[in-house]
Design a protein. Structure first.
Length: 178
């Protein structure tokens, strides 16, 4: 009976092994089926990702072209704006400089006219008339520059003084009176 029992046990074990093999085969087919499904899904996702990547690349190229166009446009506007600012600055500088020059010219002209007026007023005095007479005879320069024969100049603390001295022959030069 032991042989029969062993045989029954062996058959039962063989049956059990057959069932386990069938279950293993079923699980293996399920895994293979799942793997095939996963492979198909990965392939589909890969195709979708390639399409999305292609779209993203196209969009980025369009954005790059648009930004380059925008940069050119911005640079053009910035350049034009800078040119206009410089033009306005030059115009303003010219206007204000011309105005300041005009005012300065008028002030200088007015001051010179006042000086001329004062000089004309002095020229009409007796001293002015005498100085004019000396100048007409050519003696004013001789007198004011201390250039007569034998005349010398000497520096003193309050200015330069002209001394008419006798020359080597003992002559003293002078000037004609008006």
């Amino acid at each position: 009976m032991t042989d029969e029992r062993e045989l029954d046990d062996g058959l039962a074990a063989f049956d059990q092994l057959g069932r386990e093999m069938a279950e293993t085969n079923r699980l293996l087919r399920a895994v293979q089926s799942d793997q095939a499904t996963r492979n198909q899904q990965e392939h589909d996702l890969s195709a979708e990702m390639r399409a999305a990547l292609k779209q993203a690349t196209g969009a980025s190229q369009k954005a790059l072209q648009a930004s380059q166009t925008e940069i050119r446009s911005s640079l053009l506007w910035a350049g034009l704006t800078a040119f206009l600012i410089v033009l306005v600055a030059f115009g303003g500088g010219y206007f204000f400089g011309q105005q300041a020059g005009w005012d300065t010219g008028h002030a200088d002209g007015y001051q010179k006219a006042r000086n001329q007026e004062a000089a004309a007023s002095w020229a009409n005095t007796p001293a002015g008339q005498r100085a004019y007479g000396l100048d007409r005879q050519g003696n004013l320069d001789l007198l004011t520059m201390c250039q007569g024969n034998g005349w010398t100049t000497e520096r003193r603390k309050d200015g330069t003084v002209c001394f008419p001295n006798a020359d080597a022959k003992g002559n003293i030069t002078g000037w004609y009176l008006p």
